[in-house]
Write a protein of this length. Structure first.
Length: 261
């Protein structure tokens, strides 16, 4: 009502839609759904979009085909958004990322035919791993199977994002493409740590079946059990207790000598 912009991204490319999805806040998601007018508006997070980016953002296949058939549009071009209100730079986006965010497989396929750069492919895969669009994830992985094993600048794999948001179908797909269930990012967080922290019990079970280390700690010594216990995720704790692999160390201590209990 006050004009707050639900589309604005933070430095991790997360917006209000992502937060509502992560928290399973269905009423918030309903309120955040864009109107028809919003869908036709230019994305406010990108102040210098190309015509192709705008067409992908709107899901306008006819315009995308027209632009790709010409010579004036560069499919590899990146947006140059202005810094946010605090002066922090906004993430650069591409036509492929806009198409993936829109979830339009036909447009994504058209862009893949132009052989986008690896960085663009990875950015798109990270986004759909977070949103849970398994169909677009399949398109990207079919085009470039190795994407599932490529980390971003913080050593996150797409499987980290799928685990964080509890998207089991995308998670299983990534595992089929040899994503490592034990991979750790810059902060020593594994996919299992994200799944347990955010209360995704079924995701936790899948990761445990695929070799995730239930006793490994992050850079502060926090284990998956500590994450689940601290956030009151009882079902996740049960999965850790009964899951496959090594016995669960219920008395593990972090660097401050704190246990899960």
């Amino acid at each position: 009502e006050r004009g707050a912009d639900a589309h604005l991204f933070n430095k991790n490319r997360q917006n209000a839609f992502d937060a509502a999805t992560l928290g399973r806040h269905t009423e918030c998601l309903r309120l955040l759904q864009p109107t028809d007018a919003d869908k036709q508006a230019k994305d406010p997070t990108a102040n210098k979009l190309t015509l192709l980016m705008e067409a992908c953002h709107k899901g306008d296949l006819q315009q995308v085909e027209k632009l790709l058939g010409g010579t004036s549009e560069d499919p590899d071009a990146e947006s140059e958004p202005l810094p946010d209100k605090k002066g922090k730079p906004q993430p650069k986006l591409t036509a492929l990322v806009f198409a993936a965010n829109q979830g339009d497989g036909t447009i994504v396929t058209k862009l893949l035919e132009r052989k986008p750069q690896e960085a663009q492919l990875l950015g798109a895969l990270m986004l759909v791993a977070r949103s849970g669009n398994v169909a677009v994830a399949q398109l990207l992985l079919t085009h470039s199977p190795g994407l599932a094993t490529i980390p971003d600048e913080k050593d996150n794999l797409a499987i980290h994002k799928a685990a964080q948001y509890g998207h089991d179908k995308v998670l299983n797909l990534l595992l089929q493409y040899e994503a490592d269930a034990r991979a750790a990012n810059t902060y020593e967080n594994t996919p299992l740590m994200f799944a347990t922290r955010f209360g995704h019990s079924s995701t936790t079970a899948i990761l445990l079946r695929n070799g995730a280390d239930k006793n490994r700690g992050d850079d502060k010594g926090w284990t998956p059990l500590m994450r689940a216990a601290a956030n009151g995720h009882t079902k996740v704790v049960v999965e850790l207790l009964k899951g496959s692999g090594d016995p669960l160390d219920v008395d593990a201590q972090d660097k401050a000598d704190t246990t899960a209990l």
